[in-house]
Each structure stands twice: as C-alpha cells, then as structure tokens.
Design a protein around this ligand. Structure first.
Ligand code: IPE
Ligand code: IPE
Ligand code: MG
Length: 249
C-alpha cells in the first residue's frame, strides 16, 4: 500500500521583518511612501497567505523605535497609512476571525492610531484560531529596559522574589508575555540583520533571508521559506540522536 507523504512541518509562529519598501519605490522612480503603500498591500495578502499555509500566529515588524528618526514626512505618512489600513481591515478581521495584537510602546503612537488599534483589538479579542501581531514602535532593547523596570518594581513591592529569578519569570514582563516564541523569522530585501527585533524571543528561531523586496513578497515566497524551515532540524542544544523522531510507520 502506498504511503501518503508526511505532512510538512509548518511553523506555528512566523515573524517577518518587512524590509525594502523604499528601494522598491526608488527602483521605479516613485516616492518612498508609494513603496510603503504597496507594502501595506503585501501585509494584507501575507496575513491570509500565512493562514492558508497553516501558520497560527504572524508577527509583522511594522515600525521600529528607531524609525522615528526618519524624515518627518515619511513618519507622518507611515502613521496615516497605518490608521487607514487598520480602519479598512477591521471588517475583514471580524469576518475572517483574525485576532489582532500588538507589541511595542503603542502609547507613543498618534492618538488616531491608538484609537483604531484599541477598537480592533477589542473587537477581535475572542478569536482564537489565528493571530496577527503588529510590532509597532517596537525595539528589543527598549522592551528589555521596560521589562527590567517592571520586574524591579515588582520585586520592590514584594510581588516577586529575586532569589526565584528565572527566564520563565522574567519573560512575563516582556510585551510578548503571553505569546509563543517565533519559530521562523523571515527578513526580506537581502539584508541579513535583526535590527532590534525579538532578540530574546528568537533565541532558538530559524532564520530565512530572501532578496525579494517586501512589496514583491508573495505567498510562494512564504511557502518556500516554510518548506526550507521544514527541512531543518531544530536541536535546541541537544544532539541529533537525542531528538525524539516519530517512529516510522
Ligand atoms: C520597510 O521598508 C518599512 C519600514 C521600515 C517602515 P524600508 O522603508 O526600510 O525600505 P528600504 O530599506 O529603505 O528599502
Ligand atoms: C527594520 O527595518 C524595521 C522594520 C521593518 C519596521 P529598517 O529598514 O528600519 O532597518 P535597518 O535600518 O535597515 O536596520
Ligand atoms: Mg529598510
């Protein structure tokens, strides 16, 4: 009897550093903001592509704490786009049961963005099948400083015992406290750096780098990264022999 092929191992949580909008626009002689506009379209298609491929959680790095240093009109344009995108997607999120979450210092975002974020997060909080996490005004170092401060305050207030300090305890103070670590981190545009993204959470993630610029990123590119992930062996510090392999049927 012929055996069905083993199902492909799909990463539960995929995180993407969406990069290359500016270069995409420059190559076409267009303003950078046009690249960001096209990038938003890719956010939309990738959200549903990931879900179709069996991913349960998708984190998208949309705006870093360092990105405030960009020219003011670009920052303003990005914030307007974000607000427009969220307003437009609300109905789709509800229809398709997408839960929206955020990580990062969202309280420093413009009030209009905060408002629509709040509405969307509240309206989708009971969906438990698929989650989209937007990293907004996010940076790992800022996150760690915030977490350390909150942890120290908890110790001072007697809610935590410093002697019991462990990763399991400390991670509860990160903005990702109730999110699983990413299994696969993808960066587009050919850059092979992490740019202050999920430094602690990606401790054992697999990385995939693609030269494709974010506006050109397709479901096929995502599927290729997932297929590559499937071929890797995640050892978590163990030896190959120690890993429990499913018994051959
Ligand atoms: C990613 O594209 C979007 C954000 C960082 C907000 P970039 O704007 O960084 O595009 P490049 O790197 O200049 O091509
Ligand atoms: C990383 O991209 C941040 C986001 C994708 C939001 P950048 O384009 O800002 O990173 P660098 O400057 O190339 O490291
Ligand atoms: Mg960039």
């Amino acid at each position: 009897m012929s055996q069905a092929p083993a199902p492909i191992t799909v990463p539960h949580h995929v995180a993407i550093i969406m990069d290359g909008n500016g270069r995409w626009a420059k190559q076409r002689g267009l303003p950078r903001l046009e690249g960001h506009r096209r990038g938003v379209e890719t956010v939309r298609t990738t959200t549903f592509a990931a879900r179709d491929l069996g991913v349960k959680m998708l984190t998208l790095y949309a705006f870093s704490v360092e990105n405030w240093k960009r020219p003011q009109d670009e920052v303003g344009g990005l914030m307007s786009l974000l607000e427009y995108y969220l307003k437009k997607e609300l109905e789709t999120f509800i229809r398709d049961r997408v839960r929206l979450r955020t990580i990062g210092r969202t309280d420093e975002l413009p009030p209009g963005v905060q408002k629509v974020l709040h509405t969307t997060i509240e309206a989708t909080r009971h969906f438990d099948d698929y989650t989209l996490v937007l990293a907004l005004n996010y940076g790992s170092r800022t996150e760690v400083v915030d977490a350390a401060r909150a942890y120290a305050a908890a110790v001072a207030a007697g809610h935590e015992n410093l002697n019991d300090g462990s990763w399991a305890t400390f991670r509860r103070y990160l903005s990702t406290a109730d999110l699983p670590d990413p299994d696969l981190v993808i960066r587009t545009s050919g850059e092979t750096r992490v740019s202050n993204f999920l430094l602690l959470q990606a401790a054992y993630a697999e990385f995939a780098f693609t030269p494709v610029l974010w506006p050109d990123f397709t479901k096929a590119d995502l599927a290729a990264a997932i297929a590559d992930y499937h071929r890797r062996e995640r050892r978590f510090g163990l030896t190959s022999e120690q890993l429990v392999k499913p018994a051959a049927q």
